[in-house]
Design a protein around this ligand. Structure first.
Ligand SMILES: *Cc1c(COP(=O)(O)O)cnc(C)c1O
Length: 357
């Protein structure tokens, strides 16, 4: 098989050895001579995988006592609603930071519950920066933000300092860098950006914050339902959870989050320094807010597009076409993308400069 340098924004690249183990489990799960796709989620083998996945999350992120780890369905998009159901009290108010499409979608769901105070927004410049210097209203029930803006290529470099409960959609940078889980009351993330295949959504919730809203929460959206059943209230997305577990094992074996954070920084430094050095390209976001996961950039002269597109295609690079709302290019450098793949892209950019510069 030709090696493809996979910059897909999501679902994303997974480690080769994870794909091999995942493929093997489809044929024969744990030596049962049965596929993981055809066994009970209540059987010993899958229950062990689920427990292993949950405990690896705790270990790799240093999740403190009092927090629960759940693997649910519905994607981060249902997380927008789940967060509000579980944290937005009747007649209350919540604060949101608007840093792009996903933040906006979260705001839209929260508005069903009451007064949403959008305390900061970067919409004035097409979400090309992270707002700073905003006040956080002390009478809001929580602050919600999106740690990494997958489409625009911006990332919070610091956790907002909040005296009110803090909720974060970490879909596209969870496990990419160290975080202090104790700063948060709820973290949620769709698996398909940095953790595993689509289908599972990770929730990390401070348990004592639940049950205070007075909302009549539908059973499936009530995080307490899933905590009471160890994330097995109903049939969980077994394969997505299993492959996520394999990815977490891969991460642990190689040195954990602090190890991958260093590599992710090297990858980002390599690509951004070429974007800044090469006169044919420019980045589209504020430098200090640049995402280490999704690098967005454009050609200064659009007439080079056809040549550049041919060149990176020929180098077996896949998935760097920008999102339609930004244009240009977006190179997603999730955990499993090796540094060598970034070097291949940088070499193509240099080659374009040699021929056109
Ligand atoms: C992809 C993405 C989402 C949407 O996730 P789904 O699992 O498709 O619902 C939400 N937030 C962020 C930051 C994302 O990158």
């Amino acid at each position: 098989m030709t090696k493809v340098h996979n910059y897909s924004a999501g679902p994303c690249i997974l480690p080769q050895e994870v794909l091999e183990k995942a493929a093997a489990a489809v044929q024969n799960f744990n030596g049962l001579n049965l596929s993981i796709l055809e066994v009970s989620h209540r059987g010993k083998d899958f229950v062990e995988a689920m427990e292993n996945a949950r405990s690896l999350v705790k270990e790799l992120l240093g999740v403190p006592e009092g927090y629960q780890v759940l693997f649910l369905q519905g994607g981060a998009s249902l997380g927008f609603l789940t967060a509000a159901y579980n944290f937005f009290p009747q007649g209350g108010k919540a604060a949101y930071i608007n840093t792009g499409t996903w933040a906006k979608n979260a705001i839209k769901e929260a508005k069903r519950f009451g007064n949403v105070d959008v305390i900061a927004s970067s919409e004035d410049k097409n979400f090309s920066y992270i707002p700073k210097g905003y006040g956080i209203p002390s009478d809001a029930s929580y602050l919600h933000y999106t740690s990494n803006n997958t489409i625009y290529g911006t990332q919070f470099k610091k956790t907002p300092i909040s005296r009110i409960p803090l909720i974060c959609d970490m879909s596209s940078d969870i496990f990419s860098k160290e975080i202090n889980v104790a700063d948060f009351d709820l973290i949620y993330a769709g698996a398909q950006k940095n953790l595993g295949p689509a289908g599972a959504t990770l929730y990390i919730v401070k348990e004592k914050m639940l049950g205070k809203t007075g909302n009549d929460i539908p059973t499936m959206l009530d995080l307490s339902t899933h905590i009471a059943k160890d994330s097995m209230f109903n049939t969980p997305p077994v394969y997505s959870i299993y492959v996520s577990m394999l990815t977490l094992e891969w991460l642990k074996k190689n040195g954990g989050v602090s190890w991958i954070e260093k590599i992710n920084q090297q990858k980002a430094d390599l690509l951004y320094s070429e974007i800044d050095r090469n006169g044919l390209f420019r980045g589209v976001t504020e430098k200090e807010d640049r995402s280490n996961m999704n690098a967005t950039f454009v050609l200064n002269d659009e007439s080079h597009k056809e040549t550049f597109d041919k060149m990176w295609n020929a180098a077996n690079i896949s998935g760097i076409k920008g999102h339609r709302s930004v244009g240009g290019y977006r190179a997603s450098m999730y955990n499993a993308l090796p540094l060598e793949s970034v070097q291949v892209l940088v070499d193509v950019m240099k080659e374009l400069e040699r021929t056109k510069g």
